[in-house]
Ligand binder design. Structure first.
Ligand code: ZN
Length: 82
C-alpha cells in the first residue's frame, strides 16, 4: 500500500486511540494495513458499485482476524487522484 496512505492511517489510529491489539487472539500489531478495497454495497435489490465505500483492510498476522476502516471516516478521498 502507498506509504503516504499508511502514514495517514497510522496517524488516524493514534488520534482515535485505537489499540493495535487483536480483539480475537490478543496479539500485538494487528493493524498492519494490507490494501484498500471497495466492496459493493447491497441496496436491497442489487449490489451498488457506484457508492462502494472504500475501506482499508487490516489482518492479524497470528489468527487472521480481519478489520475494515472506511476511508471516508478518515477524511481520505479515494481514488486519491480524483
Ligand atoms: Zn489475532
Amino acid at each position: 500500500m502507498e506509504h503516504e496512505l499508511v502514514t495517514k492511517f497510522n496517524q488516524w489510529l493514534e488520534v482515535k486511540n485505537i489499540t493495535r491489539t487483536c480483539p480475537a487472539c490478543g496479539a500485538e500489531h494487528w493493524a498492519e494495513p494490507q490494501q484498500v478495497i471497495a466492496p459493493k454495497r447491497f441496496t436491497g435489490f442489487l449490489w451498488d458499485a457506484k457508492d462502494p465505500q472504500p475501506t482499508i483492510e487490516t489482518v492479524c498476522p497470528n489468527c487472521g482476524y480481519t478489520a475494515y476502516f472506511r476511508l471516508k471516516s478518515m477524511g481520505i478521498a479515494w481514488p486519491p487522484f480524483r
